[in-house]
Design a binder for this molecule. Sequence first.
Ligand SMILES: *[C@@H]1O[C@H](CO)[C@@H](O)[C@H](O)[C@H]1NC(C)=O
Ligand SMILES: *[C@@H]1O[C@H](CO)[C@@H](O)[C@H](O)[C@H]1NC(C)=O
Ligand SMILES: *[C@@H]1O[C@H](CO)[C@@H](O)[C@H](O)[C@H]1NC(C)=O
Length: 393
Amino acid sequence: MFSLPTLVSLLLLAVPNAVLATPCVSFDADFNLLAFGFDGKDWNAGQQDSWTSGSATDITASGRPPFDGNSTTCYLAQFFNAVYFINADKANPSNVHIYDAGAKSWSTQSVNAGTFDVFDFDTILDHDTNVFYAVSHNEVFFLDMGNLKTANATALNWNDALAAPFPADYKPIMGLAQNHVHFLNVPDIPAGSADIFVIHFSLFQPAPQAYPLSDGSAIPNTHGLTASFFQSEGVQQEFAFIPDDGSLTYVINVETNTTKTIAGPTTKDANAQYAASITALVQLDSTGALSFIPYKQGDDSANGAATWSAISKVAAVAPPASSGASGSSASAGASGTASGSASKATGSAGSKSGTATGAAAATGTDGANGALTNAVSFGAVAGAVMALFAALQ
Ligand SMILES: *[C@@H]1O[C@H](CO)[C@@H](O)[C@H](O)[C@H]1NC(C)=O
Ligand SMILES: *[C@@H]1O[C@H](CO)[C@@H](O)[C@H](O)[C@H]1NC(C)=O
Ligand SMILES: *[C@@H]1O[C@H](CO)[C@@H](O)[C@H](O)[C@H]1NC(C)=O
């Protein structure tokens, strides 16, 4: 039995690890799993077939952020083999940190937040335009990352593009696919439907889009998190939605407008973080533990039978915080091994106001990493988007 002072000391030892470290998980363009800010270091866990054995490679390099931010999130820019980090430095929360996965080097991009609330938003990085689209306090913002693999000396800006059409208390859940941002759990639309923001036209589609399950049921209206599955080429077509209760994982396909289910994560954790590759969905839970479920687009029987497994390759070098912080078997000497805990940006949207006028319907999705590509060239799309934004302002 521990005496009370002993327990308190153990908890105090555990707290700094849990509070200070906010790791983030993403991929490089070859879909090596990258785990940042674990135990004060960054790790490359290689490709999916190697995640359940061996030890991840230490890729910690100079110029990295402190990973002490409130709710660090990270995003693969697939065209550029770069990972962008938001809120990885508590002292400079509007900075975007850039990891060039090819060069294995870091740089820090200065960003003027303007009226964008870096502590209260949800965002996706659009695949084709390499532009972040975010909703914060019910305004749609964008941040154009251009072709950056290395920070530019010139500061970038979060630009307020237009008002979002949501009720004031809506907390945005954004899922990205086909250059559309899908907003889930919008209070005034039917369960299982999404409001859609069409990136290339900077418009909200006037009517929600339904994504029914094959048995006719619908994704419940509830809070959760998303991650977009990448494609080997082109924009995302599917994104995962994991409700906060973790009971199931829903995969929304925006080509067929249908939803399939796969197993919910083993660890039910509303504060987890998710990242997807082409063939896996990865969970980073709030203790810093990583797990994954394999996924193959279109293979319903394999996906239905798939189960979650621990990514032991990262745990081998950076064990989750819970193993060091749980008091029952810990001794004071064991406290040094705890790794960081995850945190996730919370976003909530603000007041309701009108949406863009003009052209036809857009469907919107919002979500995690990634967006879809299409046949239009990158430059043309980016130019058109910017012109539209200019016209709207
Ligand atoms: C961190 O985030 C929480 C939840 O959004 C917020 O209440 C808190 O004020 C934030 N802390 C800092 C230092 O910004
Ligand atoms: C850096 O910023 C300047 C000024 O905005 C711009 O002209 C230049 O193209 C940028 N460089 C890159 C690599 O994006
Ligand atoms: C799926 O939904 C999108 C967005 O509303 C729509 O443009 C498209 O036509 C739909 N596709 C099918 C196959 O129903």
